[in-house]
Design a protein. Structure first.
Length: 527
């Protein structure tokens, strides 16, 4: 059984992605999460680049990781003409006090001469001196060979000399980097085999996704002999991103025979894979980014079925339209409801609510869905609204409150600042609640007033919040009288859900989606 080391660089390489910004606390939380889930190496950043990275290493030195992950500080080879021990970059890496130092150096003769402006001999000396320095300081050194595949293809005589220099100086792993992300799997495999003949220490792989082959290239290198793989959670990174470790780990744990990752036993039973969905969504949440619905293995749509024929087949044999059991990566199967669905989709969702035995009900639900979609509704991203609809048609839905009226005022101050105020009057049990709240806009104000009216009766609502709000014009030919569809996404500490409302008035459509969201949360809290 071959163990593949998983090296995460989300906190450095991933943070270079457009729109990605981690605070110090974010970085600490993600590092501890990765450690808890069994990652082998966690790269924290370049301590000389900014005070935040330096403080990150200090924080984790004061309170170290609790499991087996090794914390890595990242840096470059010494500068030209400078002794390693006097180089500010080297000094900063030592001060980080990590057990592992990851050093990036030039493989390409072009980059050595044109980018660094050094001779090929000096480039080799820079690699050798840097690695020797850190080894003498008691550090484990991982050497990242930048532009490795491009450099090898351009000059197959010089490129091997660079990794030999690192290996002879004491590096523990040579990582081959497809820095431009332009290599193909067959090239990766061939050059990996050639590189393994050049050095007698383990090889690793670090790929970028510019050709959308980062995961495939990582797996290709592993099959060719690499035993260490670098990447980021959700593929975050510069340009098109890095290899997505979610997919790399899932494929190694569940599909490829003979590999052990994240503490798994290599028996295709999952190992650490069963928490990949949790990890993926955790990093998205910390980064304040919306998850990719179509992300393989862990996306919300990864095991979603819409076509009635597909759902019918999945009900009989799940593997007919699913390449793995979604629970193996901590995900779940979703049955989407639409006018294309047919009875199979309705039946699958009704089964969850134990309403599937009523064939007449199933027929009425399908008819209602087709009619509502004709009006502009879509339930694919609004399963919570569909569940409430199903309960209403079955006669099992009991509303937790009734609207008496709502009112919204939008005023504009002399300085141009708009102020929105919403008033709601509700019947909650035997009590009438009349509350007012201000907000950034009508929906925010309505949400605030509604929560104030319900807070005393349903404290669990404090645990949910709105995370997305979308408006779509349905019949645009009607101009300002057109109907609009509002979809609201909400979440609590456990799950997220979507609700939908359709009306000619955008406020009323928003109210409908908002009420469904609150009712769904209250129903779930009771179950």
């Amino acid at each position: 059984m071959k163990t593949i080391q998983i090296y995460d660089t989300t906190l450095r390489d991933g943070a270079q992605g457009e729109g990605v910004s981690f605070s110090l606390e974010d970085k600490v939380l993600i590092a501890r999460k990765l450690d808890k889930l069994g990652f082998d190496f966690i790269e924290g950043g370049y301590p000389l680049s900014n005070p935040k990275d330096a403080e990150f290493f200090q924080r984790l030195h004061e309170k170290p990781l609790e499991n087996n992950a090794k914390l890595c500080a990242f840096g470059m080879t010494r500068r030209k003409g400078v002794v390693a021990k006097d180089d500010p970059g080297m000094i900063a890496l030592i001060k980080a006090e990590t057990p592992v130092v990851t050093i990036v150096g030039k493989t390409s003769d072009f980059h050595a001469k044109e980018v660094l402006g050094v001779s090929l001999e000096e480039n080799l000396a820079m690699i050798r001196d840097t690695v020797e320095f850190f080894v003498s300081e008691g550090k484990e050194v991982i050497y990242d060979a930048e532009h490795f595949f491009d450099g090898w293809k351009a000059n197959a005589d010089y490129a091997p000399q660079t990794i030999k220099a690192a290996a002879e100086a004491g590096a523990s792993i040579i990582v081959m980097c497809d820095t431009n992300g332009g290599s193909l799997p067959e090239e990766i495999a061939q050059i990996t085999k050639e590189a393994s003949s050049a050095v007698d220490i383990p090889l690793g792989i670090h790929t970028h996704n510019d050709s959308e082959l980062a995961v495939a290239n990582s797996l290709s290198a592993i099959d060719a002999g690499a035993t260490h793989v670098q990447g980021t959670i959700n593929g975050l990174g510069e340009r098109c991103g890095n290899a997505d470790l979610i997919s790399v780990v899932a494929n190694l744990a569940l599909k490829k025979q003979g590999y052990q990752v994240l503490g798994g036993d290599g028996s295709n039973s999952g190992g650490g894979a069963e928490r990949l969905t949790e990890l993926s969504r955790y990093v998205y949440e910390i980064a304040n980014m919306l998850p990719r619905n179509g992300q393989p293995f862990v996306g919300q749509s990864a095991f979603a079925h819409k076509g009635g024929m597909h759902v019918h087949a999945v009900a009989k044999a799940a593997h007919s339209y699913e390449h793995i059991d979604p629970t193996e990566v901590g995900n779940e199967r979703r049955i989407l409801v639409s006018e294309l669905s047919g009875r199979s989709n309705i039946l699958a969702l009704a089964t969850k609510l134990e309403l599937d035995k009523d064939k007449d009900l199933m027929g009425r639900v399908l008819k209602e869905v087709v009619e509502l979609e004709n009006q502009g509704y879509q339930f694919e991203a609004a399963e919570a609204s569909f569940e409430i609809l199903l309960k209403k048609l079955a006669g099992t839905f009991q509303p937790h409150f009734e609207l008496i009226k709502y009112h919204i005022d939008v005023d504009r101050l002399p300085d141009g600042t708009p102020i929105t105020e919403a008033t709601v009057k509700l019947q909650v049990g035997e009590e009438v609640r009349h509350e007012v709240a201000e907000g950034d806009g009508p929906v925010n104000a309505l949400d605030g007033a509604l929560r104030k009216a319900l807070a005393g009766h349903f404290p669990e609502l404090a645990k949910m919040h709105l995370v997305d709000y979308k408006v779509r014009v349905i019949n645009s030919e009607a101009a300002t009288a057109a109907s609009v569809r509002v979809v609201i996404e909400s979440r609590d500490e456990i799950e997220s859900w979507g609700t939908v409302g359709v009306h000619e008035n955008v406020i009323e459509a928003s109210w409908m989606a908002l009420v469904d969201s609150l009712e769904y949360k209250l129903c779930r809290s009771e179950s």
